[in-house]
Write a protein that binds this ligand. Structure first.
Ligand code: SAH
Length: 374
């Protein structure tokens, strides 16, 4: 059972100046052009990132004329919600957003026990071409701006803070986002600069202020970019989508492996761990008869022996027109056991969100198909 708003596609509107794409200096310049004193920038900044204001009207300490002027020329909500799907137990909420140019992206809120984890997109589409992934099928449309990345977080921060939403099921209804994962659409390290600008905004104490330890970036394994990450001032969690322990198989599933083979990726991960002292996660989507055999589990265990890591086994989310099917529970348990017996910490991730098409790119794909059919 699920509830869904109808998929209606608003006509794309020309971009208003998104204040989310400005740093503090740019915001100050923008407000100065409107004849405002310098302290206004700080006020607007706090409304955006500290109080997650969804419009200018709520910015009550700004003069009325300025609010009207800002509403006419600028925006703090560059995303338009076009579809929202809520799982029947209300613990997963998926949103499809339209950007100003008509592109669409997804974000998924997962309400785990004490955590409220938000999965966000870094690109509209993706250029990596993973053969089992719904997002890959349409290719890359474009990079998201830092503001479009941060806007997904601010949208759900407002969602959780809204007393009317989500429909209440528990006395301990969560009201803030506790964790962010960059595991939505796109390859975050293929949009490096914008992603890092967004990450700085999300972690800066004078902006959104979420601890870097609560953020995880998932990459297909662009090795040189992993090295670059290790040198950033803020050290967020790293997850690497491995899916196969050798080049022959991995290249079939993750074609970018041709450029960044398994051993190169693992070498970059070792350097990352050495520099940051942080445990890395390897993601492995189990596909029946493809990458789920005991031999591959052994090979995987051998490759990861000396790495401070953790393996996340994900039952494949089957996508339409794809030859790949999810592994059985038995094969999943067997694969996990071999890794554990070899001393590799392993968990099997819940198939959360499958019911609501929360797998990578699936809601967007369904919406595009529907639009194509008219
Ligand atoms: N580009 C990044 C992040 C986006 S996808 C990356 O590759 O890591 C987030 C995770 O979902 C990746 O591990 C990806 O391989 C996985 N994934 C994609 N399609 C999937 C599917 N159909 N079933 C299960 N996992 C999938």
């Amino acid at each position: 059972m699920m509830t869904s708003t109808p998929l209606a596609f608003p006509i794309a509107t020309p971009a208003r100046r998104s204040l989310l794409d400005m740093d503090q200096a740019a915001l100050a310049d923008f407000l100065a052009e409107l004849g405002q004193p310098s302290f206004r920038a700080r006020q607007v900044w706090d409304w955006i990132y500290k109080r997650c204001a969804g419009d200018f009207e709520t910015m009550s300490n700004l003069p009325k004329e300025l609010r009207a002027q800002l509403a006419a020329t600028a925006t703090v909500t560059p995303l338009t919600l076009v579809a929202e799907v809520v799982a029947h137990d209300r613990d997963t909420v998926k949103a499809l957003f339209q950007l100003h140019d008509g592109q669409t992206i997804e974000a998924v809120l997962m309400l785990y026990d004490a955590r409220r984890t938000l999965c966000i997109s870094s690109q509209a589409g993706c250029a990596m071409g993973c053969t089992f992934c719904a997002t890959a099928q349409g290719g890359l449309a474009r990079n998201l701006t830092p503001g479009e990345i941060v806007a997904q977080v601010l949208y759900f921060a407002r969602y959780l803070a809204d007393p009317a939403l989500p429909p209440d099921t528990s006395a301990e209804r969560p009201t803030t986002i506790t964790n962010i994962v960059l595991m939505g659409m796109g390859e975050p390290l293929h949009n490096y600069a914008n992603v890092w600008t967004a990450l700085h905004r999300l972690t800066a104490p004078d902006a959104f202020g979420l601890g870097a330890r609560h953020i995880t970036l998932s990459t297909v394994g662009l090795a040189p970019m992993i090295d670059r990450m290790a040198d950033e001032g803020i050290q967020i969690g790293l997850a690497v989508s491995l899916h196969a322990p050798n080049d022959v198989l991995r290249t079939q599933l993750v074609p970018i492996n041709k450029g960044y083979p398994v051993d190169e990726v693992l070498a970059a991960v070792r350097r990352y761990v050495a520099k940051t002292n942080r445990r890395v996660t390897f993601e492995y989507a189990l596909m029946a008869g493809i990458n789920d055999t005991p031999e591959l589990a052994q090979e995987m265990a051998g490759k990861l022996q000396d790495i401070l890591c953790h393996v996340n086994l994900i039952p494949l989310n089957p996508i339409p027109d794809s030859p790949f099917q999810p592994t059985s529970n038995e094969a999943t348990a067997r694969f996990a056991q071999i890794l554990r017996d070899a001393g590799v910490a392993t968990t099997v991730r819940l198939r959360r969100g499958i019911e609501i098409n929360a797998g990578c790119g699936q809601l967007r794909r369904a919406a595009i198909a529907k639009t194509d059919r008219g």
